[in-house]
Design a protein around this ligand. Structure first.
Ligand code: SF4
Length: 438
């Protein structure tokens, strides 16, 4: 029979684990009688005062260790990563089904794992959770979680998720909320499918669960040139975006009056597409769903203004290019014009069309490395190129098409820098390049 628990990969020198005699290869089976299935459970039960650990050591069987970690619940070990849970849905809009050939392999994983939701803010549907999972989430206080709702009408949600029969979303959400778990909801909006009165029902059903449901992000469906979605959905147009913004305004006004939160926020894309001004930062409820594209532009604009005011040195020699996607291009261009004016630099912004995934994909985060090369090769990009940091994967630093910044640099014959993830990173890159140019 396979031994469960989690495997220790490394034991730090001088750590409590080393003093106990734990070794790489040992498997931690239980702590204080609780079965340990992953690192989250390990961390949770190590926070108890007095620890009784049962470990399996290959070749010698079970061993028991006792330790008092007092204020520092850290054994000083590295353990194996958990196996990501896969989804059991077949969503109408699934982006994984729309990926082109040659995409970086990590994007092909159809994960639906509450642990990734807790750790990284991934959206989960709850369809693969049983009562044991729900109890564990509550017991180990895995909060907040990010829930893909799309529609609260049961038949519509079933259709959107491509399921044979309805799931019990409302029951699960209520159980989590009663257990003290805070939820953030997401609606992927598909014109003609879950908008109009369906959207109204979904938003107000979620609002009924406030403060258990803390916020709702409404984001447009992404449509690539691959898979069935291109013919399945109507695209989000500028007119559609403007009508949606107007539809939702009175709901947001009502929420702000009643709970002092916008509660249901629209993705930046709707404002940019609709040609309407990006709302002020108050609209975004502390940017709780910024990773989902809710308020990224406002955050960028405000941070840019602050940093621009703070920085001093002029450098008229600096001449380079910043690449970005179609959606963010006007925003970045406007910002860099101010930058050039203040510092006497010659930084140009170039709009890159997404040929790898399709022209309807306009966000910078999904640009392919080859798209950038195709757009810029043979043109004057100056002394360097800055690429959008969000287009690079966190783990291996490659683009969606598996190209690396080094690949681009080789093809263009110029140094390539990532813009980084924060505004401070971005200005630091620009400052470093200024020093190199002077
Ligand atoms: S839950 Fe839906 S959208 Fe997410 S991976 Fe599964 S099928 Fe795709």
């Amino acid at each position: 029979m396979a031994i469960k628990g989690i495997k220790i990969l490394e034991v730090e020198t001088g750590s409590p684990a080393e003093r106990l005699g734990l070794e790489p290869g040992d498997r931690i089976l239980t702590i204080n009688g609780h079965v340990i299935t992953d690192e989250l459970a390990l961390k949770f039960y190590l926070s108890e005062d007095s620890i009784d650990i049962i470990v399996h050591r290959p070749g010698s069987g079970g061993r028991r260790f006792k330790i008092d970690l007092l204020e520092n619940p850290d054994l000083g070990i590295q353990v194996e990563e958990f196996q990501t849970r896969r989804c059991n849905n077949a969503c109408l809009f699934c982006f994984v089904d729309q990926l082109p050939p040659g995409v970086r392999p990590s994007l092909k994983v159809k994960d639906d794992d509450y642990r990734l939701s807790f750790l990284h803010g991934n959206y989960i549907t709850l369809t693969n959770l049983n009562q044991v999972d729900l109890s564990r989430i509550i017991e180990q206080r895995l909060s907040p979680l990010y829930i893909s709702v799309h529609a609260t009408d049961s038949d519509l949600r079933t259709r959107i998720l491509g399921r044979g029969k309805a799931d019990d979303l409302a029951v699960k959400m209520r159980k989590l909320i009663r257990g003290g778990i805070c939820l953030h909801a997401q609606i992927v909006l598909m014109p003609g499918i879950n908008d109009g009165k369906h959207l109204q029902k979904t938003v107000f059903d979620l609002y009924d669960l406030y403060p258990g449901v803390q916020s709702t992000a409404i984001v447009p469906v992404g449509i690539s040139d691959y898979g069935p979605c291109k013919t399945r959905f109507m695209p989000v147009t500028p007119e559609y975006s403007r009508a949606l913004i107007h539809q939702i305004l009175p709901w947001q006004a009502q929420f702000r009056t009643q709970i002092a939160q916008t509660f249901a926020c629209l993705a930046d894309e709707f404002y940019l597409q609709g040609g309407l001004e990006i709302p002020d930062r108050d609209y975004y409820d502390d940017f709780v769903q910024i990773e989902d594209g809710i308020g990224m532009v406002r955050y960028f604009l405000d941070e840019f203004k602050t940093e621009l005011r703070r920085r001093r040195t002029r450098c008229s020699n600096q001449h380079g290019t910043l690449a970005t996607g179609k959606l963010f291009y006007p925003v970045l261009k406007h910002c860099m014009e101010q930058y050039n004016l203040k510092f006497g630099t010659r930084l140009q912004v170039r709009k890159i069309d997404n040929r790898f995934m399709g022209s309807a994909i306009t966000v910078a985060g999904l640009l392919g490395g080859k798209d950038i090369v195709d757009a810029l090769a043979g043109t004057d990009i100056g002394d360097f190129l800055i690429i959008p940091g969000e287009a690079l994967s966190g783990g291996d630093g490659v683009f969606v098409d598996d190209w690396s910044p080094q690949d681009i640099s080789r093809r263009l014959g110029k140094p390539v820098y990532s813009s980084g993830r924060t505004m401070r990173d971005f200005f630091d890159v620009l400052s470093k390049l200024k020093r190199l140019s002077s």
